[in-house]
Design a protein around this ligand. Sequence first.
Ligand code: SF4
Length: 323
Amino acid sequence: MGETDRLLEVIRGRNAKTVGLQFPVGLRTKAVELAREIESRAGVTCLVSADPSFGACDVAEMPVDLIVHLGHAPMPHLRYNRVFFYDLPGPPLASLAFIDAAEPLLPNRVGLLTTTQFRHWLPPIKDHLERKGHVVRIGEPDRRVAYAGQVLGCDYHTATVVEKDVDGYLYIGTGDFHPLGVAILVDKPVIVADPERGTARDLKEVRDRVLRQRHAAIARAHDAQTFGILVSKKIGQERMDMALGLKALAEKHGRQASLFLMDLVAPDLLQGYRVDAWVNTACPRIAIEDVLQYKEPMLTPQEFEIVLGEREWTDYRFDEIRA
Ligand code: SF4
């Protein structure tokens, strides 16, 4: 049964009259077509959420009977209210050429990692590498990720759980952010096999560049007196307890800290406040990927601890939201 048929059954079973649709940016091109198909086949009214949707951490409330969230796997530890996760796995694995491009860069014992989109490729890639003599591990998930070998930009459990059994990692995917977290968390090579470009690359240079940027952000915030601690309203990004703990820590060290509650965190929404530096407890990508867009330094919680002298730079940790 296709995903749309499965969805139509759920709509009928719940007797839903209104359906909300949430798309990540990359799937917006499907929005109008899917809304029209559901309306005509189920006799419901669809409401497309035009707010950005970044992950299963970010399922916005909508005034509808059923919310349909596309393109992300649910986070098992969250209690979603009337949400249908519409599974959209990527295309079938057409060629192993990009794996062969990565193979010379790999150590013997390797951990396989990917995003939900390519998760169904991991078993054939594992077989392929084992035939070439590698020992391959695919880490079991924790409570925040749904599938073995899946990593999120905020949860690297499937990498760290096999850390002792591997000498490096092979990440299957297109961007740098997910494997970057692994490269910073675990001191072992991370090779990216990119199925779109058909190429492979070692992430070491990106890792070193990002660590230099983080060091610079910490140095810029060193003498800051007033901090703004960002707390997310999103269901899977909210870390209020952590934010309260950081505020207390700042005050213990004679600095001021105020809490800022936000849904979307964006540079223009933070303008005008009398704050010397920000501390981000929302999605970890915000501080790392968007660092150059913010006027004031944007720190992760662990970096804030370094600024306050509670943690050493040599004990740098990549920020994760572990369930
Ligand atoms: S990395 Fe950010 S957007 Fe992605 S799942 Fe984690 S909190 Fe959500």
